[in-house]
Write a protein that binds this ligand. Structure first.
Ligand code: CS2
Length: 477
């Protein structure tokens, strides 16, 4: 029986929460099957749907491979059809499931931009076209906050207690961000509902971790060659996994804790550690990788120049400002992270990590930068990562070749770059003026502005690898 409704059945969910749920069901069987809902592509009917929602998750560590069948998903509903149009019957079914009494928890992995918030402030973006749509049409929502709000409204109307809402995205204070988005929308559309949700809804903050690159056709054909089975729902990840949830549930939960998930009072230190170390290294490097024509993160980490740069930046600029994290030895955590990122069996594209960078850099690079600035400690490695993002977001590499920029801000950043006419200082000034990403403080910091302009200037003329090499050579070891 389903007890969980999950929004956003991508590779990460299938390789992380669904596996934890499978383990939890094995440890303590209960009514905790997962109904998966996709409000966006991909349409899962031809893949997972066609194989009764069973799939294999393959864990790879160097040459070791471990495969396991996952059966926690009991149904998948794709609200968007293959033609890209919303299917009203599927939306109706998804809302009915979400609001039905047997669903005890609603979980989400909808990527950073799914929250429709302003990255710099965490507040709902009322100018977002999907939010404008949902204010006008609350019964047929297209956004994630709109869908959640509608499901909660239907649940309250039927007189049942609300499910717990658990965000599993790499968004700062993810549960609180979801709360602000859903309640922000409620305030605009239904003040009485807003008041009830303020009192009754339980939004849970979490930290999630496992590297799960998008599945490639080669993964599926390799799996078929090794096993004789075609699995269109296959996901490939690393053995490492971690899940920390805020312990504030009113109702029952799957036995995720028996599967190794941690229930803690305060998730923030874990979240900050993970976002600044694991995601921080990824985001500091990935754009430089795209600029250097390196496809996969592990290939970058195999080059001394990039792994030394990553380690030096993290140890000197980020680690000194991390909060204490109960039970975690930070230097061992950093060493383990570096070895995870070097795992050559994970084909994690630098372009995939660079995607939606405007939604990621605040928590991964800008907050560590702010902490270093406040303490007056070194921050040049972080500034190189941020300059790398600016150069990538401008849409051309140092040789003038066009780059694919996949980002909600792509039009704006490419226009800023075009208007700068190749002048690095103007480009940096234009990028920093995007308040929704950078806030207002950095544009007013002349040291930051001039160091970014110098680095962007170098990235315009020379290969990123060389820029990083020179930076390392200029630093005392
Ligand atoms: C990656 C993450 O694409 C990305 O944004 O940085 O998916 C990352 O691999 C995970 O957060 C690791 O837990």
């Amino acid at each position: 029986m389903p007890g969980i409704l999950h929004v956003g059945v991508g590779a990460f969910h299938r390789c992380h929460q669904a596996e934890y749920t499978d383990d939890a069901l094995e440890a303590a069987f209960g009514p905790w099957g997962i109904v998966g809902v996709n409000l966006r592509a991909p349409d899962l009917s031809a893949t997972l749907g066609a194989q009764q929602n069973f799939y294999c998750r393959e864990l790879r560590n160097h040459c070791e491979v471990e495969r396991r069948l996952i059966g926690a998903l009991v149904e998948t509903i794709s609200v968007i059809g293959e033609d890209g149009a919303q299917q009203s019957a599927a939306l109706g079914r998804a809302l009915k499931m979400a609001s039905s009494p047997e669903i005890g928890v609603v979980t989400l992995t909808v990527t950073e931009k799914g929250y429709c918030h302003i990255p710099a402030t965490g507040e709902l973006n009322f100018d977002h076209h999907d939010i404008r749509h949902d204010i006008a049409n609350p019964e047929t929502p297209v956004s994630v906050p709109g869908f959640v709000l509608r499901a909660l409204a239907m649940r309250l109307a039927s007189g049942r207690p609300l499910p717990a809402l658990i965000s599993c995205d790499n968004v700062p204070d993810n549960g609180s961000t979801l709360r602000r988005s859903v309640l922000g929308l409620a305030e605009k559309t239904d003040p009485a509902l807003h008041e009830r949700l303020e009192r009754e809804a339980c939004f849970v903050n979490t930290m999630v971790d496992r590297i799960v690159p998008a599945t490639r056709p080669e993964d599926i054909s390799g799996f078929a060659a090794a096993t004789g089975e075609e699995d269109l729902g296959l996901v490939v990840g690393e053995p490492f996994r971690m899940w920390v949830l805020e312990d504030r549930f009113g109702g029952p939960l799957p036995a995720w804790d028996r599967a190794g998930a941690m229930l803690v009072k305060d998730v923030a230190p874990y979240e900050i550690l993970k976002m600044r170390v694991v995601n921080g290294i990824q985001s500091n490097l990935c754009q430089l990788g795209v600029l250097s024509g390196i496809d996969f993160m592990a290939d970058m980490m195999a080059e001394d120049v990039f792994s030394d740069f990553a380690l030096r930046t993290i140890s000197r600029e980020v680690v000194p400002h991390l909060p204490a994290v109960p039970g975690i030895d930070v230097s061992a955590y950093v060493a383990e992270t570096v070895s995870r990122l070097k795992n050559p069996a994970l084909k994690h594209r630098t372009l995939q990590i660079s995607t939606d960078g405007s939604q990621k850099i605040k928590q991964r690079l800008l907050e560590p930068l702010r902490a270093a600035l406040k303490a007056g400690t070194p921050c040049d490695g972080l500034l190189i990562g941020i300059a790398g993002w600016m150069k990538y977001a401008s849409g051309v590499d140092s040789s003038g070749k066009a780059l694919e920029v996949l980002d909600p801000f792509a039009e704006r950043t490419k226009a800023i770059a075009a208007a700068s006419g190749g002048d690095a200082a103007r480009l940096v000034e234009g990028m920093l003026s995007i308040e929704a990403i950078f806030g207002t403080d950095l544009a007013g910091n002349s040291a930051v502005v001039s160091r970014l302009a110098a680095t962007v200037g170098q990235l315009q003329k020379r290969p990123a690898r060389q820029v990083v090499k020179d930076f390392l050579a200029s630093q005392a070891v």
